[in-house]
Design a protein around this ligand. Structure first.
Ligand code: ATM
Length: 237
């Protein structure tokens, strides 16, 4: 029975890899520790692509769908400190499965750039490296939830964890945000997440571009823009 399930999942993965060439859309994801400025850059990139006449859709994880946004509220609510790591992982993957089916898969058949604020790498960094869940398990669940869909390009907006955290806490104070369960984690947790992201980038340097956010918002944007322009040219956009 187990062998049969694994065979079916692997078959689904193989199929997704074979049909990858038929995908028209480009999936670009942004990752990074809290306060790295992803959300601002997603907005800027969308404006840039629109001006260039390239159709572009922005979305996020957890979220991007009605159900996913509900799961997001459960995950980020500061009063939910008793969520155990495995539950946290399953909730992220549940939101992801909904997002893939409802948003990403239908868009992949269109000529559009999908800009996604966090994706499956976040589960490796946060639940794998941060919480200490087996990386193999997280990778398997990612594969199941995404059906093997991987980003064409990923930006890792990198900064020292304490710099990012301070920025995020200031922002939350301004917005009176109650969704700060992660910002309340100890600095060691955020350091493990950052190291996790950097090791992912080392493993996949052609997909994951590390951008040092200490160079300021404008420089970060220009660096990302150059990578995107190169990808658009390569893919005939
Ligand atoms: P944003 O604040 O970037 O929207 O992300 C919400 C949080 O969810 C973020 N927390 N912090 N710090 C990272 C976390 N997250 C995971 O832990 N695993 C995941 O798979 C995803 C997509 C996000």
């Amino acid at each position: 029975m187990t062998a049969c399930i694994i065979f079916c999942l692997d078959f689904r993965y193989l199929l997704s890899q074979l049909t990858r060439g038929l995908q028209l859309a480009l999936l670009i994801t942004l990752e990074g520790v809290e306060g790295s400025g992803k959300t601002t850059q997603v907005r800027r990139l969308k404006r840039y692509l629109n001006r260039k006449g390239v159709p572009c859709v922005t979305t996020r994880e957890p979220g991007g769908t009605r159900i996913g946004e509900k799961i997001r509220r459960i995950l980020l609510n500061r009063s939910h400190r008793d969520i155990v790591p495995m539950n946290e992982l399953f909730l992220y993957e549940a939101a992801r499965a909904q997002h893939i089916k409802e948003v990403i898969q239908p868009l992949l058949r269109k000529k559009v750039v999908i800009l996604c604020d966090r994706f499956s790498d976040a589960s490796i960094a946060y639940q794998g490296h941060g919480r200490g869940i087996s990386l193999r398990w997280v990778e398997q669940l990612n594969r199941i939830a995404t059906g093997g869909i991987k980003p064409h390009l990923t930006f890792l907006l990198d900064c020292p964890s304490d710099t990012g955290l301070k920025r995020a806490l200031r922002r939350n104070l301004r917005k009176k945000d109650k969704e700060d369960r992660f910002e309340r984690e100890e600095i060691q947790f955020h350091n493990r997440v950052r190291r996790g992201y950097l090791s992912l980038a080392q493993r996949e340097p052609s997909r994951i571009k590390v951008i040092d956010t200490r160079h300021g918002e404008e420089m970060v944007f220009q660096e990302m823009r150059q990578h995107i322009d190169r990808l658009l040219r390569r893919k005939g956009y």
